[in-house]
Ligand binder design. Structure first.
Ligand SMILES: Nc1ncnc2c1ncn2[C@@H]1O[C@H](COP(=O)(O)OP(=O)(O)O)[C@@H](O)[C@H]1O
Ligand SMILES: [Mg+2]
Length: 618
C-alpha cells in the first residue's frame, strides 16, 4: 500500500473514504466528518456530536456514585439542604424512572449556567481546596444516567434559568462547532419537576417516613427560596438497579457514609423525602447512626488509639513539597460489643462490611474498603478502623481520577503510611487476637473453668459458707437466670449460661475499664463474682502473660483442643485465679457484714490498684 502511489484513497479530497459507523451513530456527526474529510476544512478539537455520546460511558461505578457528583456540586455551592428523588412509574420490566437532585445552594447566574454546561466548564477549575476541580462531573454524571438532562437554577424567586443537554439533539447537529443555547427564563418549574417535589414518592412505601419539602397545597415558589438548582434526568436509561427501592436503599447507605462529615456539620440530605443520618465506619462521630443502637444497649463508641499527622510528598521526588495527611486508628470496643446479638452487629452496626480503611479528600469520602497492603486480610480487620484524611494537593499521590471513583495510592504514599501507622495497627491486631483467643477458650467450655470448679468443690471445707438469705433462696431460679444473662459468654446460649452459673459458686468474668481497680468482688445469690479488669496493667503484666503460658502449653492448634484439656490445667494461672477468687470471697463476705467494712475494703482495693498501677508502669 505504502508504495502504491496510485491508490484512489490518496487523492487530496479523500472522496472515497468510507466511515464504518454503526446505523445508530449520530447522523449529524457523520455529515460533519464526511464534509471535513472531503473539504479538508478546519477540524474542531472535539467532535461534539460523537464525544457527547462517548462521554456517557465515562465509567461511574454505579448510579449512586454518579449522583454524588451533583451532591458534591451542591455542597460546594453552599447548600444546607439537598434532596434526591427517584420517581418510578410503570410495571416491573418496563419501569420508567426519573431522577432529580434539588439543592438550596447559591444557584447559577445565566452565564455561569451556560459555562457550567460546557465540558471543561468549571468555576473551580483545578482548585484543590473544594470538592470539584475537573469541570466534568455535572455533565458526565448526568449523561451516564440519561441521554437528556435538564438544568434549572435561580438566584431570585420566580426567575428560573433552564438549559438542557440532549445527546440526540446534539448528535443531529450539522455544524462543525456545536454551541450551547442561551438559558431560557421561566417563572416557575415545569409541572413534571414540580410534581416530583410536591408529591410523595412510591418508595419508601411507608409514607410517614417521607417528609416533603412542600406538598401540592403549599407554595413551591416560597420553599425554593432565593437560590438553588435542580438537575432533572427524565426517563433514565442507564441505572445500576431496576427498582426504585433498591436505588433508594443503595444511595442512602452510600451517601450516609460518603457525606458523613457534611451531615455531621448540619447538611440536611434527603433521598425520596427521607432524611439520611450519617453512618460513620469508625464509630466515633457523635451524631452518627450507630449511637442510637449503642444507647439502646447501653454500650460505648470505638476508641481512638492514635491520630497522626504525616507529611507526604506531592510528587515522588526528593525535593518535592509535602502536604499533611491525618491518619486516625480506631479500635472497636470488642470487649463490650462481642456479646451484642449478631443482628445488631451485622444489620444495625454493619461491622462486618469490610470497611476497614476509609479515605477522605477534603472531608468527602472517596474510598471505604479493606486495603490489604496497609492492614491484613484476616477477619480481625472487622474490629479496627483506619481513617485517612488528605487534602486536594495530594490528588496525584492518592491517584484520584476525574470521575472520583476511588483512589489508587502511589507506592511511596503507601510506604509513608505503613511506616507511620504500621506498628500501631499491629499492636491493635494483637490485642484483638488475644481477646478473641480468650473468648474462644472460655466459650468452648460453657462450663466452669478449672479455678471456678476448684473453688466450688473446696467450699464445703471453708469455715464460713456462702449462705443465701431466705428471700434469695425463694427466688433463686429466676434470679440466677437473670444473673446468667449478664454473665453470658460469647457462643453460650442463655440456658448454657444458666447451667454454668447454677453449677458454680464462683464466677470469673473480664471487664475492660480504665478507671476500675484491677479486680472487683461481688456476691450475688450465693455466688462470688470476680471481675478481672483487662485495662489494668495487672492484667497485661501478670495475668495475661501467665494465661498465655497456659494457652501455649495446651498446644498451637487451638481448634482441636478439647475444652476438657483446658480445664484440666493446674498451673500458676489457676493458682493466681484462686488467690483472687479467695480474696473476692473474703472481701464480698466482710462487705456484707457492715457498711464500714465495705467502705474500708473498697478504699483498700482502689488504692492498692492505683499503687500497683504506678509501680508496674512508672
Ligand atoms: N448545584 C449547583 N449549584 C451551583 N453551581 C453549580 C451546581 N452544580 C454545578 N455548578 C457549577 O457548575 C460548574 C461545573 O460543575 P462540574 O461539571 O461538576 O465541574 P466542577 O465541579 O469540577 O467545577 C461548577 O464549577 C459550578 O460552578
Ligand atoms: Mg463537580
Amino acid at each position: 500500500m505504502l508504495n502504491d502511489t496510485n491508490t484512489p484513497n490518496n487523492t487530496p479530497n479523500g472522496g472515497d473514504l468510507e466511515l464504518s459507523w454503526s446505523e445508530d451513530a449520530p447522523k449529524g456527526g457523520k455529515i460533519v466528518l464526511n464534509r471535513i474529510l472531503k473539504d479538508g476544512a478546519n477540524v474542531p478539537l472535539f467532535f461534539a456530536q460523537t464525544l457527547v455520546s462517548s462521554l456517557r460511558d465515562q465509567g461511574y461505578n454505579d448510579t449512586t456514585s454518579a449522583l454524588c457528583e451533583h451532591v458534591d456540586n451542591s455542597v460546594q455551592a453552599g447548600a444546607s439542604e439537598i434532596r434526591i428523588y427517584f420517581k418510578q412509574m410503570g410495571k416491573p420490566g418496563a419501569y420508567k424512572t426519573d431522577v432529580a437532585v434539588l439543592d438550596n445552594g447559591q444557584g447559577m447566574a445565566p452565564n455561569v449556567l451556560k459555562v457550567a454546561m460546557a465540558f471543561g466548564g468549571s468555576m473551580n477549575f483545578n482548585n484543590r481546596s473544594g470538592i470539584g476541580r475537573f469541570g466534568m462531573g455535572m455533565k458526565t454524571a448526568a449523561l451516564s444516567m440519561s441521554p437528556l438532562v435538564e438544568f434549572y437554577s435561580w438566584q431570585e424567586p420566580k426567575a428560573i434559568y433552564n438549559i438542557a443537554l440532549d445527546v440526540e439533539a446534539i448528535g443531529r447537529e450539522r455544524t462543525n462547532n456545536v454551541m450551547l443555547p442561551d438559558p431560557e427564563l421561566l417563572d416557575k418549574l415545569p409541572d413534571d419537576v414540580a410534581d416530583i417535589i410536591q408529591k410523595p414518592m412510591s418508595v419508601p412505601r411507608d409514607r410517614s417516613q417521607q417528609t416533603l419539602l412542600v406538598d401540592t397545597n403549599g407554595d413551591l415558589c416560597e420553599v425554593l427560596g432565593h437560590s438553588g438548582t435542580v438537575i432533572y434526568m427524565p426517563n433514565c436509561d442507564r441505572l445500576s438497579f431496576a427498582k426504585a427501592n433498591t436505588l433508594v436503599d443503595h444511595a442512602t447507605k452510600e451517601m450516609a457514609r460518603v457525606y458523613r462529615r457534611a451531615i455531621g456539620e448540619g447538611l440536611r440530605l434527603f433521598i425520596n423525602n427521607r432524611q439520611v443520618t450519617a453512618f460513620d465506619p469508625t464509630y466515633s462521630m457523635a451524631s452518627a447512626r450507630h449511637r442510637q443502637y449503642l444507647e439502646e444497649v447501653g454500650t460505648k463508641d470505638s476508641k481512638l488509639i492514635t491520630a497522626k499527622l504525616l507529611d507526604i510528598p506531592i510528587h515522588d521526588s526528593k525535593d518535592s513539597e509535602t502536604a499533611q495527611v491525618k491518619i486516625s486508628l480506631y479500635k472497636l470496643p470488642i470487649e463490650d460489643w462481642h456479646h451484642l446479638p449478631q443482628k445488631t452487629l451485622r444489620n444495625d452496626l454493619h461491622i462486618f462490611n469490610g470497611q476497614t480503611v476509609s479515605i477522605l479528600r477534603n472531608g468527602r469520602e472517596l474510598f471505604a474498603d479493606r486495603m490489604a497492603e496497609l492492614t491484613t486480610r484476616h477477619s480481625i480487620t472487622h474490629w479496627f478502623r483506619v481513617q485517612i484524611d488528605f487534602p486536594g494537593e495530594l490528588d496525584e499521590a492518592f491517584g484520584v481520577a476525574a470521575n472520583k471513583q476511588g483512589v489508587r495510592l502511589k507506592g511511596y504514599v503507601k510506604d509513608v503510611i505503613k511506616e507511620g501507622i504500621g506498628e500501631d495497627i499491629s499492636t491493635v491486631i494483637n490485642e484483638i487476637r488475644r481477646f478473641q483467643s480468650e473468648q474462644r477458650i472460655s466459650a468452648k467450655a460453657a462450663k466452669p473453668s478449672t479455678s471456678e470448679s476448684k473453688a466450688t468443690s473446696a467450699d464445703p471445707h471453708q469455715a464460713r459458707t456462702l449462705s443465701l438469705t431466705l428471700e434469695e433462696e425463694e427466688q433463686i431460679e429466676g434470679n440466677l437466670r437473670t444473673l446468667a444473662v449478664s454473665l453470658k459468654r460469647p457462643n453460650e446460649t442463655d440456658d448454657e449460661a444458666f447451667e454454668r452459673v447454677k453449677a458454680s459458686r464462683y464466677i470469673i468474668q473480664y471487664v475492660h475499664d480504665e478507671y476500675w481497680p484491677f479486680y472487683r468482688a461481688e456476691r450475688r445469690y450465693g455466688r462470688v463474682i470476680l471481675s478481672i479488669n483487662t485495662a489494668h496493667p495487672f492484667y497485661s503484666e501478670l495475668y495475661d502473660p501467665l494465661r498465655k503460658l497456659d494457652v501455649l502449653d495446651i498446644t498451637g492448634d487451638e481448634e482441636n483442643n478439647s475444652a476438657k484439656h483446658v480445664r484440666d490445667q493446674t498451673g500458676p494461672l489457676v493458682a493466681l485465679e484462686l488467690m483472687l477468687v479467695s480474696l473476692a470471697r473474703t472481701q464480698a463476705g466482710l462487705s456484707l457484714e457492715n457498711e464500714d467494712a465495705l467502705l474500708t475494703l473498697e478504699t483498700l482495693q482502689r488504692e492498692w490498684s492505683e499503687s500497683l498501677r504506678i509501680q508496674l508502669t512508672a
